[in-house]
Design a protein around this ligand. Structure first.
Ligand SMILES: O=C(O)CCC(=O)C(=O)O
Ligand SMILES: [Fe+2]
Length: 707
């Protein structure tokens, strides 16, 4: 049992942090905010303490059993296997004793992948910010929101929440503290180094790059140490293996693979889905150039020699080395400076590990993903190189056959259904839009209806409340204003907007829903997921030489990774969006074209020019990456709509608005009890079915997070 206020149990030992987390989440869903905040904080603190303890035990035991080593080296040692076992046992005993002094037996068990995911995505802080908000502790809520947002930078609702906290009394700028900052120090140095470089401040760039390298090595070390003291997930096939040696090899290989994976973990910025390639060599590259510019030629030679350990034959590095040594003429000591000891240890250790791992891959069916690009070819077994080559060729052939092949839309929607509203025509279809499941319809609103809706936007903006203009989340060159149906209805209730005009906003969305439902032959009912009226206004004087977009290329329901053409359907993306639509209201502005691209986010496949009453619709998934070009003059207004086939994820705000004015939503309200029971609190324990939890996860990280 955990005692509140500290992260230790009654016995003084660390309890399992996942249990504390589940308690917190359960309290959250029963709206016991006090307990929710208490237990989630406790779980965060306990996890941190556990990581620290493990690191301490790793260090304390790093030489345990070393007294055996001389015996291992004795001539004609026929009992070397027993000595090795002795050495392993002494280390095991040391770590076991060390952990046992600080952690309860349950706390030492591995946690589930779901819990790792929760902490990896910082979802704990999402629960916390809401709990603190409800408890009227805005400073703590602000810190939690900011910490979550750091790792989920495209989470627009959290961005909105942060803006709201900023405006709250008692919340000063220093409240926005990243509680996980300690883990990101290398990124701070990295950013500082780039900034220094861009202003040619070489001494500062050198310092920052050095710090960045040191911190990267330190974080890598920390990560590798955790591999040793945490239980390793063994390859599944190991159950079928009989021999002790095979099992021992599988375990050792898993440990090495875990250590190697640290390269990826450390080079992954919070909030990114892929690591920065060649992170360490790239830092060395920047560092030697900065050292050269600063005039520290000796330092530059040392760094360049360190870099050459990664890429010994790189022609550019070799010619730079020649330039440096020539400039150092006469100074033989500087000319012959070797690489830094730390880097050369790093590289030789990595090479030895990779050799063993590739041996395992080739001969023991071990699966290993090499995180490095610099791995020399001769370390990779010939057979593997061959199969890689074949795979690459296959992929190239497929790409040549036409990218279209890859662009199969498995959403279950199928464009080409009827358009059931009089006066609405199909202007562009899949063929003219050069893609899959896209459409442009015209005549959805009349000119006077467009004017009325735009007028709503004007009034809402002028009265301020509910329609706060702020810089666009996507570009600093535009102002971004948004109005939801509920906010419009509330303004109408207060007499600030005309009721029938507000109802037109609602009605416009309904028309779009009917059209999209029919045209895409939706196999089930279609619910609103989220709707807002959005105006993007060019900020005068901020337009010269603009290269950015009004809305960067994205996919509406997954996180697009253009380099790999993958799209990750996971938080923070709004994964429950199935169909997207934008109903345009005007054309008296410059720029602001909607465009579709290929998965590379670069190749433009179609363009749509907004105009009054024009509705563009498309499936929200990876076949439809899209963006909006810069609005360089005037104001572009549109009603953006997303739909879902999952009733559970429908827009409750819209229903609240409908209830206010007695508007019948197309679907009757679900019984409260029923919808609540779908979010039944998680059972405690480590072996929960993941379904239950993934719903919870969606609930806090879906479109409903806005305060
Ligand atoms: O306004 C538009 O044309 C598109 C906006 C969009 O893609 C979005 O909000 O996700
Ligand atoms: Fe979009």
């Amino acid at each position: 049992a955990a005692s509140p206020g500290s992260s230790t149990s009654l016995s003084g030992l660390l309890p399992p942090y996942d249990e504390l987390y589940y308690r917190g989440v359960r309290a959250y869903f029963t709206e016991d905010w006090e307990k929710a905040a208490e237990f989630i904080e406790l779980s965060i603190a306990t996890r941190e303490a556990l990581l620290r303890t493990r690191r301490k035990c790793h260090d304390e035991c790093s030489s345990a059993g070393d007294e055996i080593v001389p015996s291992l080296e004795k001539d004609k040692n026929t009992l070397w296997d027993l000595w090795t076992l002795d050495w392993i046992q002494r280390r095991a005993e040391c770590i076991k004793f060390c952990l046992g002094r600080a952690v309860t037996p349950a706390g030492q068990l591995p946690v589930s992948l779901d819990i790792e995911y929760e902490f990896g995505t910082r979802n704990a802080y999402n629960f916390l910010q809401i709990a603190y908000y409800k408890l009227r502790k805005p400073r703590k809520a602000a810190a939690a929101a900011y910490t979550f947002f750091k790792a989920n930078p495209s989470h627009l609702e959290m961005r909105n929440n942060i803006e709201k906290y900023r405006r709250m009394a008692g919340v000063t700028e220093d409240a926005f503290e990243d509680r996980e900052r300690e883990l990101e120090k290398h990124w701070e140095f990295y950013d500082a180094a780039l900034t220094a470089e861009s202003s040619s401040d070489w001494p500062r760039a050198v310092n920052s790059w050095k710090e960045c390298v040191n911190e990267t090595l330190k974080q890598t070390d920390e990560c590798r140490a955790q591999c040793v003291v945490t239980s390793q997930r063994l390859p599944e096939e190991i159950d079928g293996m009989e021999g002790v040696y095979e099992k021992a090899a599988a375990l050792s290989l898993s440990l090495l693979a875990c250590k190697q994976a640290c390269v990826s973990l450390v080079s992954m910025r919070p909030g990114r889905v892929s690591p920065q390639e060649d992170f360490l060599p790239m830092q060395l590259e920047h560092l030697h150039i900065a050292q050269y510019k600063e005039g520290d030629l000796k330092g530059a030679v040392q760094t360049l020699r360190s870099l050459l350990l990664f890429y010994p034959k790189d022609p550019e590095s070799l010619s730079n080395l020649q330039i440096y040594t020539e400039s150092l003429e006469g100074d033989t000591e500087s000319q012959t400076t070797g690489p830094s000891l730390e880097i050369s240890n790093y590289v030789s250790r990595a090479l030895e590990e990779k050799k063993l791992l590739y041996f395992g891959v080739e001969n023991l069916d071990f699966k290993f993903f090499d995180p490095d690009l610099w791995t020399p070819e001769d370390i990779v077994p010939e057979s593997l190189r061959e199969s890689w080559r074949a795979e690459r060729e296959q992929l190239n052939a497929k790409l040549k056959e036409g990218e279209k092949l890859l662009e199969v839309d498995d959403s279950g929607f199928y464009a080409g259904g009827p358009v059931p509203l009089v006066g609405v025509t199909i202007t562009m279809d899949d063929e003219t839009l050069n893609g899959t499941n896209r459409v442009v319809l015209d005549g959805v609103l009349s000119q006077s209806e467009c004017d009325t809706v735009i007028q709503l936007a004007n009034i809402a903006a002028s009265v301020g409340d509910g329609y706060k203009g702020r810089r666009s989340p996507h570009t600093p060159h535009e102002k971004f204003e948004g109005l939801t149906i509920l906010k419009a209805f509330k303004l109408a209730q207060d007499g600030l907007l005309n009721q029938s005009d507000a109802k037109l906003l609602h009605e416009a969305g309904e028309r779009a829903r009917i059209l999209i439902h029919s045209y895409f032959r939706s196999h089930s009912a279609l619910y609103f997921f989220y709707t807002h009226l959005v105006c993007r206004t060019a900020i005068p004087g901020h337009q010269e030489g603009r290269l950015d977009l009004s809305h960067p290329v994205h996919v509406d329901n997954c996180i697009l990774e253009p380099e790999t053409r993958q799209c990750w359907r996971e938080a923070p993306a709004f994964t429950h969006r199935d169909l997207s639509a934008v109903l345009y209201l005007n054309d008296d502005f410059e720029g602001g074209e909607l465009f579709f691209t290929d998965r590379d986010a670069k190749t433009v496949t179609a363009r749509v020019k907004p105009s009054c009453g024009r509705l563009v619709g498309f499936t929200s998934g990876p076949v439809n990456p899209h963006g909006v070009t810069a609005v360089t003059a005037g104001r572009r207004c549109a009603l953006a709509l997303w739909f879902t086939t999952e009733k559970l994820h429908r827009d409750m705000e819209r229903e609240e608005a409908e209830a206010m004015f007695g508007l019948e939503g197309k679907e009757e309200m679900e019984e409260k009890e029923e919808s609540d029971s779908k979010h039944a609190p998680a059972r405690s324990g480590r072996s929960q079915p993941s379904k239950v939890r993934s719903k919870e996860r969606e609930r806090v990280s879906s479109g409903k997070d806005e305060l």
